[in-house]
Design a protein. Structure first.
Length: 281
């Protein structure tokens, strides 16, 4: 019996997830696009996708989506863990409730989805898990520590998992986008909690919000790309008989990752101080 190659993608309401679902469906893959509110992805039906409700912070929702694909296709053959968002703000200033939600969405959901699809992949001895990380999984900007922490976790989980499931015929692929011109920047900027005038991080957080928003609209945007660039990279990786372990996407990712490799920690801090205000009393 031929292995299932059905594709399940999380977080398809916009941006990378939406573009990837449409692109892979156009390439002939059987795609199950998902979102917390399935009405937001009705348009993907016209692209040939099946749509499902899926909230990666809810165990029952995750199990139901995986079971639905298994009943229809025999199992999930390709999982694209895309659901995620950026929580910005000085580490001390972010309420723990928001910290927990950041990790629930970006890390625990990705991990649990991988656990749920792996039994079938192992049984059929074929499968691919594509984890959407970020250049921010290998470098850190001030004001983004919590988001970066989740992406560093994604990188570590992917490295361990790649070794552990290789013998079962399963590939684990990490995608590392740089600046992607979507509403991601606006959402990240809006996530910064601005304290009252007396807060020690008030000015810093305001500056982080402004810099984040400007990065997606100003000159730096020329080093970015649209979400279709990530979709094309994922499609190329899935077609490869021996995919790379990591795929940086956009000139901004390749440039920043190269710069970070060449700098010591103190050199990086010096560059960051030239871009961000230093919180102080």
């Amino acid at each position: 019996m031929a292995p299932s190659k059905a594709v399940l993608i999380t977080g398809c309401s916009s941006g990378i997830g939406n573009a990837t679902a449409e692109h892979l469906a156009g390439d002939g893959w059987k795609v199950y696009a998902t979102a917390r509110r399935p009405e937001t992805i009705d348009g993907l039906k016209n692209a040939g996708c099946e749509t499902l409700a899926l909230d990666v912070t809810d165990e029952n929702s995750m199990q139901a989506a995986v079971n639905a694909v298994a009943e229809a296709e025999g199992g999930v053959g390709v999982l694209v863990n895309n659901a995620g968002y950026s929580q910005s703000g000085a580490v001390e200033s972010v309420p723990m409730e928001q910290v927990h939600h950041q990790f629930e969405t970006n890390v625990f959901g990705l991990l649990r989805m991988s656990q749920l699809v792996l039994p079938n992949m192992r049984e059929q001895r074929w499968g691919k898990i594509v984890n959407i990380s970020s250049m921010g999984g290998r470098l850190t900007f001030p004001g983004g520590g919590l988001y970066h922490a989740t992406k560093y976790a994604v990188e570590a989980i992917s490295d361990a998992l790649r070794f552990e499931v290789r013998g079962f015929g399963v590939d684990v692929i990490v995608i590392e986008p740089g600046l992607i011109v979507t509403n991601f920047g606006e959402a990240a900027s809006a996530s910064v909690g601005v304290e009252g005038d007396g807060g020690p991080y008030a000015e810093f957080n305001r500056r982080v919000a402004r810099l984040t928003s400007e990065a997606y609209k100003g000159p730096m945007a020329k080093l970015g790309a649209g979400p279709e660039a990530v979709a094309r990279t994922i499609a190329r990786a899935l077609k490869s008989a021996r995919p790379k372990t990591r795929y940086p996407v956009t000139p901004s990712a390749r440039l920043m990752l190269m710069q970070r490799r060449l700098m010591t920690d103190r050199m990086w801090d010096l560059v960051m101080r030239s871009q961000f205000p230093t919180p102080k009393s």
